[in-house]
Design a protein around this ligand. Structure first.
Ligand SMILES: Cc1cc2nc3c(=O)[nH]c(=O)nc-3n(C[C@H](O)[C@H](O)[C@H](O)COP(=O)(O)OP(=O)(O)OC[C@H]3O[C@@H](n4cnc5c(N)ncnc54)[C@H](O)[C@@H]3O)c2cc1C
Length: 378
């Protein structure tokens, strides 16, 4: 007898959504997290429409969170280009402290799900044709284990799948900044000299602002993290005020991909399965979409579920990598960024479509050669 069909390590958005979906499909799941909720997580807090749609499928209303109608890219002195979210529901600015709590509580309340918070997993073994997850309060046995334990996943490490982050190493400083009556209803990405400033509305009077770049670009010699952050924030958003009380958190380096995402009864989902540059803001929605697919695969009880998941996930990863590389190429060169911006101003539908490709609701093939030529500025 095993304790559950599936044991999930990590109750962030991906792990909690997966637990809810498995429970609803009649599978039993044990959901572990070393944290107790509410807990915070460094993030840009922009949930793309595909993620909102997954939550709607779970019956989770996102009404308490700020609406996001699209993304604006701007280069000071060269103007801006606006992309719209074309899916009906739009995106949301989700305060992670609250959002993750709602997700974890939703999972804990789902029949068939047993949640154990404040319980760290510290190893995985295989025994009797199943998996055993080791925790401080004893072993948990199941048919399958899922690592939903975020960037630098321990589950990936225990399986021997971890790989070092790719160069060039990029980092972020992020914080919640007071911006009285900002009126923002979209994500705004401002391209400054060698770094990008990403802003999402999280309250009517507050913005989440993340500054992204390499170590050298983010911080001058002798500058503190807060000083470096405040300098970039005031250049991009003079309406926002970084006060001495503003907590500024660091994250990175990014672009991490394990050598496998499934094998021997173990699956990785969300950031554990790979983390690209957060500039494209698709991490949470991608994790939710992947959780939905993994729940379908596991609950269908098909043979070789690992293979089915690996194949599906590889297609998702290819699309995400392409969009991520495109974004980094354009933002990494002031000349390319300015040229693309000019063309996207003339052809806004290209940006609308690119946002749909970014969140997986359209395939790469939906971009025409006219879209591609606008993106490369010709
Ligand atoms: C600077 C920055 C900006 C970002 N901006 C955006 C954005 O605008 N939009 C977006 O969609 N995404 C963004 N992301 C990415 C987003 O934060 C992640 O994609 C998302 O949090 C992934 O969710 P997850 O459930 O996979 O992992 P997480 O949210 O990281 O959750 C993992 C959970 O696993 C638990 N855990 C870890 N190890 C163990 C263990 N051994 N035992 C038990 N529990 C464990 C942790 O406590 C945690 O609760 C950004 C990320 C960064 C760093």
């Amino acid at each position: 007898m095993r304790d559950a069909d599936v044991v999930i390590v990590g109750a962030g958005p991906a792990g909690s959504a997966l637990a809810m979906m498995l429970g609803r499909s009649g599978c039993s799941a044990i959901l572990l997290d070393r944290a107790v909720f509410p807990r915070d997580k460094v993030c840009g807090e922009g949930l793309m429409p595909a993620g909102v749609e997954v939550l709607a499928g779970l019956g989770m209303a996102c009404d308490e969170f700020q609406n996001l109608g699209g993304v604006t890219y701007r280069v000071p002195g060269a103007g801006s280009a606006r992309g719209l979210f074309m899916n009906g529901s739009g995106g949301r600015g989700v305060r992670r402290f609250r959002f993750d709590q709602l997700m974890a509580e939703g999972a804990a309340a789902t029949p068939g799900v047993q949640a154990r918070f404040g319980c760290a997993a510290n190893g995985i073994e295989h025994a009797g044709g199943g998996v055993v997850v080791k925790t401080a309060s004893g072993d948990v046995t199941a048919n399958y284990a899922v690592g939903a334990d975020g960037l630098r996943s321990r589950v990936a490490r225990w399986m021997g799948w971890s790989r070092a982050p790719r160069k060039p190493y990029r980092f972020a400083f992020a914080g919640h900044v007071a911006a009285p009556r900002h009126g923002l209803d979209r994500v705004v990405v401002t391209l400054l000299d060698r770094c990008e400033v990403y802003a999402a509305p999280t309250q009517p009077d507050e913005l989440l602002i993340a500054v992204l770049g390499t170590k050298d670009a983010l911080r001058r010699e002798g500058e503190t993290v807060r000083e470096a952050y405040a300098r970039r924030v005031s250049a991009a958003h003079p309406e926002a005020a970084v006060s001495p009380g503003t907590a500024v958190h660091g994250a990175g380096p990014f672009w991490v991909r394990p050598s496998s995402v499934a094998g021997r009864g173990v699956f990785l989902v969300g950031d554990a399965a790979g983390f690209l540059d957060p500039l494209t803001g698709d991490g949470m929605s991608d994790g939710l979409v992947a959780a939905r697919r993994l729940a379908e695969i596991i609950s269908s009880k098909r043979p070789e579920p690992e293979r089915a998941y690996r194949r599906w996930e590889a297609g998702q990863w290819r699309r995400r990598v392409l969009v991520n590389r495109l974004a980094l190429t354009l933002t990494g060169s002031s000349l390319l960024a300015r040229r693309a911006l000019r063309r996207l101003q003339q052809r806004p539908s290209t940006l609308d479509r690119l946002l749909q490709v970014n969140d997986g609701s359209q395939s790469l093939w939906s971009l025409s050669w006219r879209d591609w030529s606008a993106l490369v500025g010709i």
